[in-house]
Design a protein around this ligand. Structure first.
Ligand code: FAD
Length: 405
């Protein structure tokens, strides 16, 4: 029989994490967290961006001091050598308490698996300390889903590659200190075999960043242009021309996000509370809260959240055995991102037209505009880190061994 209960040791660990949160988590941050992530890069919680940033600094330090930012990593790189199940429990307790989790950028795990000792020493501690911001240079104007067709060229010149080309949709490039990029270093080789995974400083001469505005008004995307940008060959993670496989490991880490179901449950519970409450009667109208369709949608969302949670257990079980989840990460990413959209849509539908109001401080705006903005923000989730169609292709080919079309 499947038993999802804790062992005595796991229950003890759960108590330790809970005690930490009870002791250290500022109440105002917990309240503010309800609105986190609602605008894809912007924040509309009652604390406001500036105050939140200040409080988050102290919260970060508490987590950092315990090695919990990269709990799986060795202690020498600022981690806690923590086992997979304990990490999962920790993440669950954080999410259950609406405690912001602070994690290390996935590039760190990729460097840990494939990088040279020099690159580990150079980057891993900075990553954990949060001293350095990273961005991902994968997509190009002609290479998104077909990522292996990247055209940005790196030509060997002595101990350097000289890079020319363009990246696009590079999240956070405007503020980043470093980039990890896929660069074509052997144009003669079959397309998956001539790519190198390179680390490069955003300060390198010849590199230009141009921000792009998106639907929510935020400018988290950028174009990045390379004109004779010189990067040492020693900045390659893994072997030169084998970067496709290094980049794939990175995406497996990125897609396997396992804590999302608990966050969805919170969002769902908030919606349920709101829909049941008197305050959902905006301007004397009850909107759609008693409609049959809303009830049906809410019931379906609750089922789907339970399914997403079970996918998390599947991935965590694989990781516990030392296996990097592969097509299973695609199942998780696909299901969770589409569920998040359904949940946002259900919120919008259940609350009714007032959910479209955009000014969070207007008294007529329900829930500080969070549902309308979730709806906009979740659009991108089925595109970033590989579209839903690409995840289905991966599941079909790698998971079901169906032939490629
Ligand atoms: C929020 C967000 C953050 C992002 N951040 C970054 C980042 O930091 N760095 C970065 O490099 N990129 C980033 N991206 C870009 C993202 O990786 C690409 O948008 C994505 O891979 C799709 O590529 P594309 O936009 O070129 O679309 P295309 O590849 O042109 O696809 C267009 C449509 O065709 C479909 N399609 C394409 N090929 C197939 C196929 N073989 N089978 C079935 N359908 C197919 C797609 O599913 C899609 O619907 C981000 C995107 C988003 C939304």
């Amino acid at each position: 029989m499947v038993d999802f209960g804790d062992t005595p040791e796991q229950a003890e660990w759960r108590n330790v994490v809970q005690a930490f949160i009870d002791d250290k988590l500022p109440r105002e941050l917990q309240d503010d967290q309800k609105f986190a992530g609602s605008l894809g890069g912007m924040h509309r919680g009652p604390l406001g961006n500036k105050q939140r940033v200040e409080i988050m600094k102290d919260w970060r330090k508490e987590i950092l001091d315990r090695g919990w930012i990269a709990p799986a990593w060795p202690k020498e790189y600022g981690g806690a050598d923590m086992g997979v199940m304990d990490q999962f429990i920790m993440k669950e307790v954080f999410n259950e308490n609406r405690a912001p989790t602070i994690s290390v950028h996935d590039v760190g795990s990729t460097i840990l698996v494939h990088g040279s000792e020099e690159l580990k020493k150079q980057h891993l501690n900075d990553l954990v300390n949060g001293d350095v911001a990273w961005c991902q240079g994968y997509s190009e104007p002609g290479s998104g889903s077909d990522l292996a067709s990247v055209q940005t060229r790196g030509v060997r010149d002595g101990d350097d590659f000289v890079i020319n080309g363009q990246k696009i949709w590079t999240s956070g490039a405007k503020y980043a200190d470093w980039m990890f990029a896929l660069v074509r270093t052997d144009p003669e080789a079959p397309k998956h075999r001539g790519i190198t995974y390179l680390l490069l400083s955003m300060e390198t001469p010849g590199l230009t960043v141009r921000p792009m505005e998106q639907i929510t008004g935020a400018t988290s995307f950028n174009e990045v242009f390379f004109e004779d940008v010189r990067v040492p060959v020693s900045n390659a993670v893994g072997e030169v021309n084998r970067g496709w496989y290094v980049g794939a490991t990175h995406l497996d880490f990125e897609r396997s996000s396992i804590g999302s179901a608990v966050g969805f449950q919170h969002r769902f519970d908030d919606l349920l509370d709101f829909i049941k409450s008197e305050s959902s009667e905006v301007n004397g109208r009850t909107n759609l809260k008693r409609s049959e369709v809303t009830r049906q949608r809410l019931a379906q969302c609750q089922i789907d959240i339970a399914v997403a949670r079970n996918f998390s257990y599947r991935i965590i079980t694989l990781q516990d055995k030392g296996i990097i989840a592969n097509y299973e990460s695609s199942v998780q990413k696909l299901f969770s991102s589409e569920l998040h959209q359904r949940l946002a849509n259900t919120g919008l539908h259940g609350i009714g037209l007032h959910a479209m109001l955009y000014d969070e401080d207007d008294v007529r705006t329900p829930e500080r505009a969070r549902w309308g903005t979730y709806y906009l923000a979740t659009v991108s989730e089925t595109i970033g880190a590989g579209t839903s169609e690409i995840q289905r292709n991966i599941i079909a080919t790698r998971g079901l061994s169906l032939p490629r079309g």
